[in-house]
Write a protein that binds this ligand. Structure first.
Ligand SMILES: [Fe+2]
Length: 524
């Protein structure tokens, strides 16, 4: 048993007190024993008015060297959905077979439930019962309701504890969005001084590696508590596969496309195996469809984007061939080339249709990146430039997306993002180069759960060059919670005291209100 595992186990035990603070996790299900198969908890996701997905993965030995969780044979798994937390009034139940093909993960698409109400669910297999999770269906299609939402991104295990997840769970959100970097493929060097708790293995490359990376993260009780508390909707960023990859191109030009596509397919499969996704997201060959829409009554439509799989090749590739993100000189023509796309042409068209047909009061675009343009400075020659790995590397696509919002007269568009490990509130203008042009949409970006933020002073000095940025802070880790009804969207930037402290407390750094009919956030 290596150190990481031992540490993980201790964390599971010491976290018991924390977990049982949430009544949704039934204590009887937590009996110790090496054969207990529900070590990775439970989750629900992608809700509809009449159901949702319930998920678990059986893994008695979550870090088994072969990535199979300590299982070989197919395992019958019973599932139950109840209308009460004590699991006495069962409204749906069934049995499925967990097989090796998808690492003994279970994805049940529960149907036939009532709209807009909570349910509880539990699995049973190998003579054990899972923790009980709470989910809820979305409201009836025509309903105008209120909702509490949360969004999170960038949880590097090695950089600390997931207190942000614990505190978001305690807010009892109706729906939680994971906006990418749920795991990190890469590990810090042992002598880097960066490791609060080690991955216990190097960079993930194979299916086995990715499975064990997800499994390690899923043993975290704060993450388990969040998944057990509310349904989630997940998209990915780069670190679910590899830093700064774009479509079929690795950041490392020495890795051929065919080889990288195999690595990507393994990573995508592991993502499917560990997330509460519908069968519409099953891996297909080398690809996997995760962009999708979700309606929350008439209150909100969520346009969930995939910012990685369909991109044009990285822009402004450096002379040494590196495909890594960097600050490119403004004169690089790739940045503005209209033949290039970040979302891919099909997803662009799909988004445009989703805007055109949206019946919702609020249109939330949930995706992985900062959308606003950001003039930066080259670290050596101080010339102004743009970060190539984000939307600034694909400006024509951003212009088309904002033009589509205007053309379709989309009601109250709000972008959510992550990736940049800092809080941002920005105005998205019709003309990115003209702050006097109309504000088309509002943007909120959440800080990381644990990952290191960019240097605060250096970025603060960029703000005069970027007057459309209303707020920026990179000094604290956390999440974003959002209270929304027909008349108001209140967004709270929530920060934890210290990612190195497993019992970190939480407070609000800043809050903003958006009112219908007026793009742009107002600080409160
Ligand atoms: Fe990240």
């Amino acid at each position: 048993m290596n150190e990481a595992v031992d540490h993980g186990r201790r964390r599971i035990l010491s976290g018991l007190a924390v977990a049982t603070a949430f009544s949704i996790l039934s204590p009887f299900a937590r009996s110790a024993g090496v054969d207990y198969p529900f070590t990775l908890g439970v989750a629900s996701g992608d809700p509809l008015p009449d159901g949702f997905v319930i998920w678990t993965r059986l893994a008695p030995l979550f870090n088994a060297a072969d990535g199979r969780g300590g299982l070989r044979q197919a395992v019958p798994v019973r599932w139950r959905v109840a209308s009460d937390a004590a699991m006495t009034r069962i409204v749906r139940q069934g049995e499925v077979t967990a097989t090796e093909r998808f690492a003994h993960s279970v994805h049940v698409e529960v149907v036939g439930l009532e709209a807009g109400r909570p349910y509880w669910y539990q699995f049973e297999g190998l003579g054990a019962q899972s923790p009980v999770g709470q989910a809820c269906t979305t409201p009836p299609v025509q309903a105008m309701v209120s909702a509490r939402l949360g969004f999170v991104s960038c949880s590097h295990w090695e950089r600390g504890y997931f207190s942000a997840y614990r505190h978001l769970a305690a807010e009892q959100p109706d729906l939680v969005f994971f906006l990418g970097d749920y795991i990190y493929d890469s590990s810090y060097a042992l002598d880097s001084g960066k490791i609060i708790r080690p991955h216990g293995s190097g960079n993930a490359v194979s299916l086995r590696d990715y499975r064990n990376r997800y499994a390690l993260y899923k043993t975290d009780l704060d993450l388990q508590a969040l998944h057990a508390a509310a349904p989630s909707v997940a998209t990915w960023d780069d670190h679910e596969v590899q830093n700064d990859y774009a479509n079929r191109w690795s950041q490392d030009p020495k890795i051929p496309v065919a080889q990288f596509l195999k690595q990507r397919a393994a990573a995508y499969q592991a993502f499917y195996e560990h997330m509460p996704l519908r069968a519409s997201s099953l891996p297909k060959g080398l690809d996997m469809r995760i962009y999708r829409r979700l309606d929350y009554g008439r209150l909100a439509r969520f346009h969930v984007l995939d910012g990685r799989q369909y991109r044009s090749e990285q822009p402004c590739i450096a002379a040494n061939g590196s495909h890594q993100g960097h600050i490119a000189d403004n004169t690089c023509t790739d940045l503005r080339d209209p033949r290039r796309t970040l979302l891919g042409w099909e997803q662009e068209a799909w988004l445009d249709r989703g805007f055109a047909e949206s019946p919702a009061q609020w249109n939330v675009i949930a995706q992985d990146l900062l959308v606003a343009p950001l003039t930066q400075r080259d670290l050596t020659n101080h010339k102004p430039g743009r970060w190539t790995d984000g939307w600034d590397g694909y400006m024509a696509n951003r212009e088309r997306m904002l033009a589509s919002i205007q053309r379709r007269q989309v009601k109250n568009p709000v972008f959510w993002g992550g990736d940049i490990h800092s809080f941002w509130t920005t105005d998205l203008h019709a003309d990115a180069n003209d702050v006097d042009s109309p504000v088309v949409a509002t943007e909120f970006v959440g800080s990381s759960v644990t990952s290191d933020g960019p240097p605060f002073d250096a970025f603060s000095q960029l703000l005069p060059l970027n007057p459309h940025v209303k707020f920026f802070d990179s000094r604290q880790r956390g999440y974003v919670s959002v209270d929304v009804d027909e008349q108001k969207m209140l967004t709270n930037f929530r920060v934890i005291t210290d990612p190195r402290d497993p019992l970190a407390t939480v407070s609000t750094l800043k809050s903003f209100v958006v009112e219908p009919g007026r793009a742009g956030a107002v600080a409160v």
